[in-house]
Design a protein around this ligand. Structure first.
Ligand code: NI
Length: 255
C-alpha cells in the first residue's frame, strides 16, 4: 500500500469533496497519509481528520511563508497540539527564499526554535527547503536536528547533498509529482542516489500533481504515477517501491 507522507487535506480546494475523496483511499491502494500543517489555525481541522480516518496522521508547525503568524506563545500552542496521539511530527518548517526572502531573519529564528522544540518533544521534523539549501543545512546542524531526525519534503537538492541530509542530519528524503516533470533531471538523479532505507513518497497535494495530471488538483490517488517512475529509476517493481517507502515512513513517524 501507499504511504503519502506529505499532504494538505485541510486546503480549501478539498472543501467540496473531502470526505468522498478520503473515503476512497483504501480501495485505491492508499493506506496511510501524513497531513502537514502550515499555520496553527489549521490545527482544528487537521485533528478532526485524524480522528475521523484511522489511516490519517498529522503534524503541527509553522511554514516559512507563515512566520508572520508566529505570535508570542506559539511554541506552547505547538506543544499542546503535539500531545494528541496522532500528531507524529513538527512540520512543515524550514526556509523559503522563493516567495518570502524579505523575512529571512524571522524564518531563521522560527526554524531554529521549532527544531529545538521537536527535540524536546522527541518528534521528527518535516523540512521545507526552497532555494535555501546552505542556510537550511547550517541551521539544522546548529540546532542538532540529527537528534530528532526528519524528512526533507519535495526534495530539490543535488545528488551530492543527499549524503549530507541522510548521514549528517539523519534524515529521510521525499519525492513527489515534480519527479515526473519533463525537466526533472536533477531530482531524478537525486532520487536514484538516496539510500533505499531513506526514501519516501509524497504528494504535497493539492499542489504538484504528477504528469499526466500536471496543473490539476493533486491527491494521493495520483501517487501511483510517482511510484511507477521511482520504481523504474531504482530497478524495483512498483509493489516493492510501495512496500519500502511505506516501511520507511512508518519508521520515521513511529506508526
Ligand atoms: Ni507542503
Amino acid at each position: 500500500m501507499i504511504f503519502d507522507t506529505h499532504a494538505h487535506y485541510n486546503d480549501a480546494q478539498f472543501d467540496e469533496d473531502r470526505d468522498a475523496l478520503l473515503s476512497s483511499m483504501n480501495e485505491n491502494g492508499v493506506g496511510l497519509i501524513m497531513n502537514a500543517c502550515s499555520s496553527l489555525h489549521e490545527m482544528p481541522l487537521i485533528l478532526q481528520l485524524c480522528e475521523k480516518y484511522p489511516f490519517m496522521y498529522g503534524a503541527v508547525g509553522i511554514h516559512p511563508e507563515e512566520v508572520e503568524g508566529a505570535e508570542q506563545g506559539y511554541l506552547d500552542r505547538i506543544r499542546e497540539y503535539a500531545k494528541h496521539p496522532k500528531i507524529k511530527a513538527v512540520g512543515e518548517i524550514g526556509l523559503d527564499y522563493h516567495w518570502t526572502v524579505q523575512t529571512k531573519a524571522e524564518q531563521h529564528r522560527i526554524l531554529g526554535e521549532q527544531v529545538d522544540l521537536a527535540r524536546e518533544l522527541k518528534l521528527p521534523v518535516i523540512i521545507h527547503d526552497r532555494e535555501a539549501h546552505g542556510d537550511c543545512l547550517r541551521i539544522l546542524k546548529e540546532h542538532k536536528a540529527y537528534e530528532c531526525g526528519g524528512v526533507f519534503h519535495c526534495y530539490s537538492g543535488s545528488r551530492e547533498m543527499v549524503r549530507e541530509v541522510t548521514e549528517e542530519l539523519n534524515m529521510y528524503i521525499a519525492f513527489g509529482g515534480s519527479l515526473t516533470f519533463k525537466n526533472a533531471k536533477k531530482p531524478r538523479e537525486a532520487a536514484a542516489a538516496v539510500p533505499l532505507d531513506r526514501l519516501l513518497i509524497e504528494t504535497d497535494c493539492p499542489y504538484m500533481a504528477p504528469v499526466p495530471y500536471r496543473g490539476k488538483r493533486n491527491s494521493s490517488l495520483y501517487l501511483h504515477e510517482v511510484v511507477r517512475l521511482l520504481a523504474e529509476l531504482r530497478g524495483l517493481s512498483p509493489e516493492e517501491t510501495e512496500k519500502i517507502t511505506e516501511e520507511n515512513g512508518r519508521k520515521l513517524f513511529g506508526i
